[in-house]
Design a protein around this ligand. Structure first.
Ligand code: SF4
Length: 541
């Protein structure tokens, strides 16, 4: 381990400057009595606030209640509110049918729709105004623990060369000792996952994830309506794998198009990026983006297991908030409002802890009293119902709505194993069959993966150790034989490719989505942190 040269003391250390982390920091400052504001440090590995943030995003504004003033909520940096919503079943490239009604639990009329990157940047400015110390470009690589209690964290060193030597810009790790540590890393956070295993914080089901790939398309003015949103299901996923697409008109000239593919898929030939391109080529989507040009690209994984997969969010000295704890409404695939509500619940518990030295353990109870948690409970079986096909899933969602989540009252089966173990061996001819379905031509509306990576702004100093460590290279050959090397398809950034018989890893393309950590059938990818500040540089996702 690198020698540590600095130790900083703080009341609260928040790891991750997304909605959950910044929400906690703001709620702490606003909830503390005048004259005794705590010292709150927020660290984020992205270059700027919001650089690593990507979401749909139609934001349920209930999360801002109690956190922001009405005036601040009104000033959220979005250009549109949802004014027209539809739900469409796509059955083929040229065939789709509008569902006559939008399922009640999915209504979002009037909600702000726009870029979560920008919203996070806005929250960061409010946090700093409140006195929060926000430092971006710092990857936190290790939690500190004393006598069974988490007592801070250590940042990773910067300026280490490929060979492990110190470069001219070397910066030693720093230790931040905190009375309370808040994990707000987002879905599949490395520190959170480690802690969950060490402390036994796992939920009743394994967490299951989905990979969301998203683009921002600029379209000619005068043809589209700001605030129109469409959700789809069906094509191009037609084998029962859970997934669907979305198209959001975030202004008159900007459309966000995205595709979400559940990572519990079984067929190794599935290629989520190719699915996304086919989705955009379908006539149902085409009419929304015709004549446009993709200008931004990104990908991330979403924890969609919901209520039964959520982590126990407390261990002495530490609380877990937002996506990191798996707090997401798995029917609406919405988590920002729940993240903000968990942030406010956490802040309450932390303030009690800072005052009396106890109170942190009340956080799970406070969280369970939030509207967001009750919402998760209501739809707790919906995602599992979709494992048995679209019909069962729709029935499950309908029942959750009609009975306020009372039926089914038992826990449906499914997600007994992680997504990595779901793959079946590749069937002979499966890859050929898949490519015979056609690959869209590269065009301004259908850029290939590498063009997308360029548009994501992702950047890693290449003279550093590769952050994607392969535990056993021999297993990659075995995987290629058995599963056809699925990493070469599921990675949305073309990081993995075989050259002759060797797996090449272009780590500098990495979008930090963690799909490889989640889906590698051999669990062979050890996802470590690149140096702080590297990775995607989203500005309007
Ligand atoms: Fe995502 Fe892994 Fe590819 Fe990086 S290497 S973009 S984390 S799948």
């Amino acid at each position: 381990m690198e020698s540590t040269v600095k130790a900083i003391e703080t009341d609260v250390l928040v790891i991750g400057a997304g909605p959950a982390g910044l929400g906690t920091a703001i709620a702490l400052m606003r909830g503390a009595p005048e004259g005794s504001k705590p010292r709150v440090i927020v660290l984020d590995k992205g270059r700027n606030p919001g650089s690593h943030i990507l979401s749909g995003a139609i934001v349920d504004p209930s999360g801002f209640d109690g956190l922001l003033t009405q005036e601040e909520t009104a000033k959220l940096p979005v250009e549109a509110r949802v004014s027209k919503e539809s739900f469409r079943m796509i059955s083929g490239p040229g065939r789709s049918m509008k569902v006559p009604w939008v399922p009640p639990l999915m209504h979002s009329r009037g909600y702000p729709v726009g870029s979560l990157t920008k919203i996070v940047s806005y929250l960061a400015s409010i946090a700093e105004r409140e006195g929060v110390e926000l430092y971006t470009g710092y990857a936190v690589t290790e939690l500190l623990e004393e006598n069974g209690r988490i007592c801070g964290a250590r940042t990773g060193a910067k300026g280490i060369g490929k060979d492990g030597g110190h470069k001219e810009n070397y910066l030693a790790p720093e230790e931040i000792r905190a009375r309370v540590t808040v994990l707000a890393e987002g879905g599949c956070g490395i520190l959170t996952e480690r802690l969950a295993d060490e402390k036994g914080l796992r939920g009743k089901r394994c967490q299951t994830y989905a990979l969301a790939i998203k683009e921002l398309v600029e379209v000619p003015a005068g043809k589209q309506t700001a605030g129109e949103v469409m959700h789809t299901f069906g094509y191009p996923l037609t084998d029962g794998t859970y997934g669907g697409g979305f198209v959001y008109h975030i202004s008159e000239t900007q459309v966000m198009a995205g595709y979400v593919c559940a990572l519990d898929y079984r067929r190794p030939e599935i290629d989520p990026h190719l699915l996304f391109r086919r989705f955009k080529e379908s006539s149902a989507v085409r009419r929304h983006i015709e004549g446009g040009k993709t200008v931004a690209y990104g990908a991330k994984t979403i924890p969609e297991g919901g209520y039964y997969s959520a982590l126990h969010p407390y261990t002495p000295g530490c609380v877990i908030v937002g996506d990191a704890a798996g707090l997401l409404d798995s029917l609406r695939i919405k988590g920002v409002h729940i993240a903000l509500q968990s942030a406010q619940a956490a802040a309450k518990a932390i303030l009690a802890e800072l005052k009396d030295g106890k109170g942190l353990e009340t956080y799970p109870g406070l969280l369970h009293a939030t509207r967001g948690w009750k919402e998760m409970k209501r739809v707790r079986n919906v995602r599992a119902a979709f494992r048995h096909g679209t019909f069962c899933g729709v029935m499950g969602a309908g029942m959750a709505w009609a009975t306020f989540g009372l039926f089914p009252f038992w826990r449906l089966g499914g997600f007994e194993m992680p997504d990595s173990e779901e793959l079946e061996p590749l069937k002979p001819g499966a890859l050929e069959k898949e490519s015979a379905r056609g690959v869209p031509q590269n065009s301004p509306l259908s850029p290939d993966r590498l063009t997308g990576v360029f548009m994501s702004g992702t950047l890693h100093d290449e003279d550093q150790p590769c952050h994607l460590k392969i535990a056993d290279a021999a297993k990659c050959g075995e995987c290629r034989e058995k599963y056809g090397a699925p990493c070469t398809r599921f990675c949305p950034a073309e990081v993995y490719r075989f050259e002759e018989d060797r797996l090449q890893i272009d780590f500098s393309n990495c979008l930090h989505c963690k799909t490889c950590k989640i889906k590698c059938p051999y669990g062979n990818v050890d996802w470590t942190f690149p140096q702080g500040g590297d990775g995607p540089r989203y500005t309007r996702m």
